[in-house]
Design a protein around this ligand. Structure first.
Ligand code: PSU
Ligand code: MN
Length: 302
């Protein structure tokens, strides 16, 4: 059993049977969102979870210690420079005592699974990159969503990825993909991608019931894709043009450095509108995740 540092609030929730929602920390670090939007993202996402009667559990590795839930005073540690920590990095982050390991979706899912948290929210998952035929760049997020018995709530994959190939890869990995109240797999900043979602779910109770079956059958995770709220969505055409320009600027870059650079360029090209869209979708995903976590608690106590 791995050693975990569990925050007081999360520990109390475990003891009293209150629902908990896991959150990643890469999104809040300088790798994900610019300051001060990253602090706003923490505040809005954690408030959304609490408003539904659930408890937020931000995951991170601080001074080599895997944390489930951060105390308020620890938030500022993940807001600054951090080392991107995917699932494969957890062992090194602990053994080498990394100062601030900001967990991606893959690492966060591993920590949630170790702590017994079945519901997790993020902004966008990693996926299959455009040009993966030559670069081989496919995020470890996809394999870990398949592996761990945890629901991942997202607004789609990172906007500059290959969406059809990402959805195909999730099928290869045997991940149930549910689109929330829509027939399409959403496109992060935009509500519509033109890619049909394999399945559609209407209510938190329905999602919770599917997750419960998945856990019952010991089959790994579920992906729930929730479109960005209408008011903050960016029109599909406009965001696609912005992404094309940003990717052209990132042509000579490789690996983990690509994401922060491209996100920064997209923010510049959209006149800063990508950031409010990102905050709104992160908050909304946290909110839907909390509703599912509550519904799962009711299911388990029936
Ligand atoms: N999507 C975003 N911003 C991000 C990420 C995703 O819009 O910062 C982060 C998440 O933490 C995700 C990670 O798990 O990027 C995936 O990185 P990679 O593609 O290198 O696997
Ligand atoms: Mn990658």
């Amino acid at each position: 059993m791995p050693q975990l540092k569990i925050s007081n609030e999360v520990r109390e929730a475990f003891e009293s049977g209150r629902p908990v929602v896991g959150l990643e920390s890469t999104i809040y670090s300088h790798l994900g969102l610019p300051s001060p939007a990253n602090q706003e993202a923490i505040d809005r996402s954690t408030a959304a979870i609490r408003n539904h009667g659930a408890v937020p559990a931000i995951t991170a590795i601080l001074d080599g210690v895997p944390c489930i839930g951060l105390e308020e005073a620890e938030h500022e540690r993940i807001l600054g420079p951090a080392r991107k920590t995917a699932e494969r990095d957890i062992s090194a982050a602990i053994a080498q005592k990394w100062s601030v390991g900001a967990t991606t979706v893959s690492a966060s899912l591993a920590l949630c699974a170790a702590a017994g948290i079945p519901v997790f929210a993020t902004g966008g998952i990693g996926g299959v990159h455009l040009g993966s035929e030559t670069s081989g760049d496919i995020s470890a997020d996809l394999g870990t969503i398949a592996l761990h018995p945890v629901l991942t709530v997202c607004a789609g994959a990172k906007a500059f990825l290959d969406i059809p190939k990402t959805v195909e890869f999730l099928e290869t990995e045997s991940v149930p993909v549910l689109a929330y109240q829509t027939d399409e797999f959403p496109m992060f900043y935009a509500r519509s991608s033109g890619v049909a979602a394999p399945n559609r779910a209407e209510t938190p109770a329905e999602v919770a019931a599917i997750l419960a079956q998945r856990i019952e059958w010991d089959q790994g995770g579920v992906l729930l894709a929730v479109p960005v709220p209408e008011a903050d969505a960016i029109p599909t055409r406009e965001i696609m043009d912005a992404i094309d320009t940003a990717l052209a600027r990132a042509r000579n870059m490789h690996g983990a450095a690509i994401t922060p650079f491209v996100l920064e360029q997209i923010a510049k090209i959209t006149g800063g509108r990508s950031v409010p869209a990102n905050l709104a979708l992160a908050e909304n995903n946290a909110s839907v995740a909390a509703e599912v976590a509550v519904a799962l608690t009711h299911l388990n106590t029936q």
